[in-house]
Design a protein around this ligand. Structure first.
Ligand code: NAD
Length: 325
């Protein structure tokens, strides 16, 4: 298992520092730490199978990514998708529209992608600038190319848990990651924090469809701590750094941190490495205080390197599924 330099030092220095007593008695069993649910390792392990599926396609598919404006966070998410497309050997077409594009111009761009036979998947990178009707824009995507599973047809499919439905990538990535580490959702009590259409709701639906009992928590939940304590698995997708920490986690719980937050500060070494040595972007943090939560959790995802890599991987699994429909 690969643990980043930073995580490894957290792990060593803060979470599982051996006590003097243990050091004095080398025969005493070491306290086992939580399983680190490593999204990069999981992705690498599953990559050969996905590559084989790509090679078996009759033509190389193209993923169209439509970006309106130039939000730096959107650009960085798009760059991650483009890099993965290159690694997998599929084509990507990054279409940039200006911030002041009109609704009808944007829908025309989507229409062209719908008609282009080489394009098998279409992403409209969200959020869109104020003034554009997100729902109308999403509905303009041909559901057969709806790789993010956001159109009404796709939503009905994943809500119903149909076998042939495309599941939004983050939910699919979490399911795959848990499966990789043999953590079963069947019969488990799950607390999901977040109820957005892109993240929280698809995760909750996925867990329900896997026969878990789900509590969907949000900013108006009266007693969040009680909901979390009652769960076997906590999935946090709120976009609030530090929302969940050790005081919320019960011994033995599984903690999945979906949050991606970019506070000011230095980039992690691992991020610098991944971005080819660019140091200017600040470090990513999740919604979970890793150090305190890891003291109690039986398994936990890091940020970065947990759910994020699995989301990108699952997006391309969705693309290949669409090609084979
Ligand atoms: P959003 O802002 O649309 O939704 C946030 C949700 O969290 C809302 O439902 C809100 O009710 C809830 N929430 C906010 N504050 C809360 C609080 N104090 N207590 C309880 N609930 C609270 O955000 P989103 O698009 O759903 O994204 C959520 C997070 O997931 C963000 O950090 C985003 O960057 C991240 N994200 C990660 C991935 C990934 O691959 N890891 C993919 C997509 C989004």
């Amino acid at each position: 298992m690969h643990i980043s330099k930073n995580l490894a030092s957290c792990y060593r220095d803060s979470v599982f520092k051996p006590t003097t007593k243990r050091a004095a008695n080398p025969q005493s069993p070491r306290k086992a730490g939580p399983t680190i649910l490593d999204g990069r390792a999981c992705r690498e392990a599953l990559m050969p199978r996905l590559s084989e599926r790509v090679k078996a396609l009759p033509t190389v598919p193209t993923l169209a990514i439509i970006q309106v404006g130039d939000r730096p966070d959107s650009t960085s998410f798009i760059n991650a998708k483009k890099a993965f497309a290159r690694k997998l050997g599929v084509n990507e077409k990054h279409i940039k529209a200006s911030e002041d594009v009109s609704q009808s111009e944007l829908i025309d761009i989507i229409g062209e992608c719908n008609r282009d036979a080489a394009i098998k998947g279409i992403i409209v990178q969200l959020p869109l600038p104020v003034g554009l009707d997100k729902d109308a824009v999403i509905e303009a995507i041909d559901p057969r190319k709806d790789v993010d599973a956001l159109t009404a047809v796709s939503v009905k499919g994943w809500l119903e848990g149909r076998e042939d439905a495309i599941l939004p990538a983050t939910a699919r990535g979490i399911r795959t990651l848990l499966g990789h580490y043999k953590i079963d959702l069947f019969g488990k009590r799950i607390a999901v924090i977040g109820r957005s259409m892109l993240v929280g709701k698809p995760i909750a639906a996925m867990c329900l469809n896997e026969n878990a009992t789900v509590s969907v928590c949000h900013s108006k939940t009266p007693d969040l701590a009680a909901e979390l304590k009652a769960a076997d698995i906590i999935i946090v997708a709120a976009g609030r750094p530090g929302l969940v920490g050790g005081k919320h986690v019960r011994k033995g719980q599984v903690v999945i941190d979906v949050g991606i937050n970019r506070p000011t500060g230095e980039k992690l070494d691992e991020e610098i490495e991944e971005s080819g040595g660019q140091k200017e972007a600040p470090a990513l943090v999740g919604d979970v205080d890793f150090i305190s939560a890891a003291k109690k959790a039986s398994a936990i995802t890091p940020v970065p390197g947990g759910v994020g890599p699995m989301t990108v991987f699952s997006l391309f699994e969705n693309l290949i599924d669409l090609c084979q429909k």
